[in-house]
Design a protein around this ligand. Structure first.
Ligand code: 5GP
Length: 244
């Protein structure tokens, strides 16, 4: 009965449009509906495009991984899938921090520290970025987080600990499907109804670097960011290996 109620959850009022998703209120004030778009942006919106089918892949892959994480004790905002492009989530206020975890050097870490890409790290590196388009998401430390009053120290510690659990669970799960989890970005929120800290946003080829274990082929948004071609195929390949 409850399942049926959630799966027919109607969108009431449009709330917010991000680069890759739209958020709607639902008749239940504690729940939002998220609609995943095919729109793609990179480099703070300087590069814009469309990846056909991305919304479906990111919705279904995120739902799949949120459920996996819940089974491993990580609280997430995920409630239920509504359609190929839509999920119901707990209504949260997003914390303006991006928590990045890295297992292999790539992207901004390689650039910032002058390292070649593809070095396997002995232990994961966790970083915090300030989620701000105007400032281009700068890397920030715990003192900056306190200065900006973005989150309490206990919350920062809880996000960091949860991110490391997410890393262990996803790394093992993806390894079983022939995929190296290079790095990923997480966002957390506080639920509107009781202020609980939960993993929010999405976990998808938009927010993770995923390399084929054997060929090291990139199966993620870097194909779009770096004009590598085969973008749609890479997203479809991730969905095939994870879900279908
Ligand atoms: P980097 O700091 O190397 O650019 O990104 C590290 C990881 O976090 C990559 O997996 C990347 O996809 C993800 N990431 C970091 N910032 C963002 C962001 O603003 N949007 C998205 N979609 N992913 C991000």
């Amino acid at each position: 009965m409850e399942d049926q109620q959630v799966s027919t959850m109607e969108k009431t009022e449009f709330l917010y449009e991000g680069k890759a998703k739209k958020i709607y209120r639902t008749p239940d004030p504690g729940l939002y509906l998220v609609e995943y778009k095919d729109d793609a942006t990179a480099f703070d919106g300087l590069k814009k495009g469309t990846i056909a089918g991305k919304g479906v892949v990111n919705n279904l892959v995120s739902a799949h991984l949120f459920q996996l994480l819940e089974r491993h004790g990580v609280p997430t905002h995920f409630v239920e899938l509504v359609s190929d492009r839509e999920m119901v989530v707990r209504a949260v206020r997003i914390i303006a921090l991006e928590i990045v975890v890295r297992n292999i050097t790539a992207g901004s870490l390689a650039k910032r520290l002058g390292l070649e890409e593809g070095l396997v790290l002995d232990q994961p590196v966790v970083e915090t970025y300030y989620k701000s388009d105007e400032l281009h998401d700068p890397l920030i430390n715990n003192d900056h987080i306190r200065l900006l009053n973005l989150a309490a120290p206990e919350e920062v510690e809880a996000m960091r600990a949860a991110a490391l659990v997410v890393n262990e669970v996803l790394k093992e799960y993806l390894a079983g499907r022939g995929i190296d989890l290079v790095d990923f970005k997480l966002e957390f929120g506080r639920t509107l109804d009781d202020g609980r800290l939960v993993l929010a946003d999405e976990i998808s080829p938009d927010t993770c670097r995923l390399w084929d274990r054997d060929t090291k082929k990139k199966l993620d948004k870097d194909r779009f960011r770096r004009d590598l071609g085969g973008v749609e195929e890479a997203y479809a390949e991730i969905m095939r290996r994870l879900i279908r």
